[in-house]
Design a protein around this ligand. Structure first.
Ligand code: PLP
Length: 390
């Protein structure tokens, strides 16, 4: 059977590009015809150490030959090691492991409700989220997501979610109250078009949570794990959240998610209250261990910052050169975007034809999230390709 015929067996939930990718190495992938692509999508901000990073591949292969799965009825060494690395490098004392971004947000939402119920009573369950946010595709996470398009056709939504305009301190103050269990924020909105949340907004959110006894929760699924130039995005903000959610780059492509919190918060999830069969599986943790060790190795994050600055400067000079086409450049570290004034729906397809993979949001925001090992030469090649298509 040809690959074309086999495609009809897969649920039609994605508008896929008409290519089949078969191999990857570093910042490049190849399709089944042998065509090479420079990958600035990185599996949607996942393959941060590049495709098939030798140490990750070796760790996965070694663990696959040792112990693949036993469930969380028992301790496993890779899970303990990753929990230690994550807590040692963050504000958190405890980690709940799961398999994806949506599952980590679900875990955080359940944690927020339990924390609030036990501290402040059962009618305290509202989670304040931001317009334009994206938190996943399960029912609770689409309810948290601040983009109605993801909710359409799936109503009724689970209750207890409120949305305030991005960076609107007045709206946040008005929304918060006795029933607020948590405020959920992406420090830089990813799917929403690479929009950083202001320091003032975050400080207000922190102050409200402290006053009410609510949790400040950061969705770092897309912008955590070195993407912004620090291991966690919260490190570049003036606040420390109570909870962070991770996934995507944590396993460099091997599925794993995590919820991180301080002991006094995570202690509200007691044995039996939350679980995941595969969460913290030995093979995914073997991959995550290499990822964290590499990201925290001397000089790695400095290079992410340097490459981020190089990319941003390049995009800004395109914005200066083409002010009629480009509205704005924004981002932090190696998550950068160009917002065009008019929709450019064909741009991602045109770049694909020329051998470049990019992400396009809302038909006019070009989002670039290359592997964090990207070089200046690769960035310059991408900038030239974009300029050729403006
Ligand atoms: C900020 C954010 N949160 C949550 C998710 C959901 O992650 P997953 O697709 O792994 O469920 C995403 C996915 O793009 C994301 O960008």
């Amino acid at each position: 059977m040809t690959i074309q015929l086999l495609r009809s067996s897969v649920a039609n939930t994605y508008s896929r590009f008409p290519v089949t990718l078969v191999r990857g190495e570093g910042c490049k992938v190849w399709d089944d015809k042998g065509k090479e692509y420079l990958d600035f999508a990185a599996g949607i901000a996942v393959c941060s150490l590049g495709h098939c990073h030798p140490a990750v591949t070796e760790a996965i292969a070694r663990q696959a030959g040792t112990l693949v799965h036993v469930s969380n009825l028992y301790w496993t060494v890779p899970q303990l090691e990753v929990a230690h690395l994550l807590t040692e490098n963050s504000f958190a004392d405890r980690v709940f492991f799961c398999n994806s971004g949506a599952e980590s947000i679900e875990g955080a939402l359940k944690l927020a409700r339990k924390h609030c119920h036990e501290n402040r009573g059962p009618d305290c369950y509202d989670v304040i989220c931001l317009e334009g946010s994206f938190h996943g595709r399960t029912l609770a996470t689409i309810a948290a997501t601040g983009q109605p398009i993801f909710q359409q056709g799936f109503e009724p939504m689970p209750s207890g979610f409120m949305h305030v305009p991005h960076n609107s301190i007045t709206a946040l103050k008005l929304a918060a109250g006795r029933r607020t269990a948590a405020i959920l924020i992406e420090p830089v909105q990813g799917e929403g078009g690479v929009r950083p949340v202001s320091d003032e907004f975050l400080l207000t959110a922190r102050e409200i949570c402290d006053r009410l006894g609510a949790l400040l929760m950061f969705d770092e699924v897309q912008v955590g794990m070195g993407r912004t130039g620090t291991l966690f995005a919260y490190e570049q903000t003036p606040v420390i959240p109570d909870v962070i959610c991770l996934a995507k780059a944590l396993g460099n492509g091997f599925p794993i998610g995590a919820v991180l919190a301080k002991e006094k918060v995570m202690s509200h999830l007691s044995p039996g209250s939350h679980a995941s069969t595969f969460g913290g599986n030995p093979v995914s943790c073997a991959a995550a261990k290499v990822v964290i060790e590499t990201l925290t190795s001397p000089g790695f994050l400095d290079s992410v910052k340097e490459m981020g600055t190089h990319l941003k400067k390049g995009l800004e000079s395109l914005a200066d050169k083409y002010p009629k086409a480009i509205l704005e450049v924004r981002g932090r570290g190696l998550i950068q975007a160009i917002e065009f004034r008019e929709p450019v729906p064909e741009l991602a397809s045109k770049l694909l034809e020329e051998g470049f993979l990019v992400l396009l949001n809302q038909k006019k925001i070009l989002r670039l999230v290359p592997p964090l090992i990207v070089t200046k030469t690769e960035i310059d090649a991408m900038l030239t390709a974009i300029e050729n298509n403006i």
